[in-house]
Design a binder for this molecule. Structure first.
Ligand code: FES
Length: 276
């Protein structure tokens, strides 16, 4: 293999110690068995190797490639595309400040600037004690609670520069911190393992999240070979209670079956001279 940027041959990634590899292989087989096509397991497996080392290393990517029958280039392309995969050693707590438009104008920019000064780090940098990595993040669909800070993907709503500084001080001091929503915080490695698809065993985690919704659970029940639950009728729909949709709604949702291409009153394509 050649490192194109340097024109130097690149050494193969070192392997995990035998006991670590055996444990990761068992976990990986568990994850892969959930998918009809093994390559679909790449995203959770990247979380799995991130849970091992705190970031996605060359060793982790080589492991994913080998066990899924992919090339390291394919795995690298995915691992470097998504920002939830970290590529360098980072802190136990990933503190993300939303600086998208609404949070920014509601104080997110001020929070980020003050945290940088308070912690003595820049964007994507880690405090000297290895506890906190600061980053600015994009909108996490919690705009009603702007400005929002996330720690290891748990929400801290309606923050101020002062509350955010107290938050990072508590994290660095090892004091318990409660997110606005969600269960008690865990470390980044523990979070990565949950994201890999292993049970979230934090006390109260299911209750705090409200649990999975009906639609999310349908696929799980089907995968277990159980009968799918009865259809839930949306309060906004015309309301049909049986499992069979009426003849004028042949699809399971309410999307119109006719498109402009099949509707002579609304032909698609550019307007012709005759039509003008
Ligand atoms: S802009 Fe911050 S959560 Fe949407």
């Amino acid at each position: 293999m050649t490192d194109v940027s340097l024109g130097m041959p690149q050494l193969p990634a070192p392997d995990y110690p035998a006991d670590v590899r055996a444990r990761l292989e068992a976990d990986a087989r568990d994850v892969i068995a959930r998918y009809p096509d093994s390559r679909s397991a790449l995203l959770p497996l990247l979380h799995l190797v991130q849970a091992e080392e705190g970031h996605v290393t060359r060793t982790g990517m080589a492991f994913c490639a080998e066990i899924l029958g992919l090339t390291t280039a394919e795995v690298t392309a995915v691992a470097t595309f998504y920002t939830m995969y970290r590529r360098k050693p980072s802190g136990d707590y990933q503190v993300g400040v939303c600086t998208n438009t609404l949070c920014a104008v509601m104080g997110g920019d001020a929070i980020f600037d003050e945290l940088k000064e308070h912690l003595g780090v820049g964007n994507n940098e880690t405090t000297e004690d290895g506890k906190v990595t600061l980053e600015h993040i994009e909108c996490n669909a919690a705009c009603d609670f702007a400005p929002v800070v996330m720690v290891n993907w748990e929400f801290f709503d309606n923050q101020t520069p002062e509350s955010a500084k107290r938050l990072v001080d508590d994290l660095r001091a090892g004091r318990d911190v409660e997110p606005t929503r969600g269960a008690k915080l865990c470390t980044y490695k523990e979070t990565a393992r949950i994201l890999a698809g292993f049970p979230d065993e934090r006390p109260g985690a299911v209750e705090a999240s409200g649990g999975a919704g009906h639609a999310s659970l349908v696929g799980l029940r089907l995968a277990k070979g159980e009968k799918p639950p009865a259809k839930v009728v949306s309060p906004r729909s015309s309301g049909y209670a049986s499992d069979e949709p009426p003849a004028d709604h042949p699809s399971s949702h309410d999307a119109p079956q006719q498109t402009s291409a099949s509707d002579p009153a609304h032909p698609s394509g550019p307007v012709t001279e005759e039509e003008e």
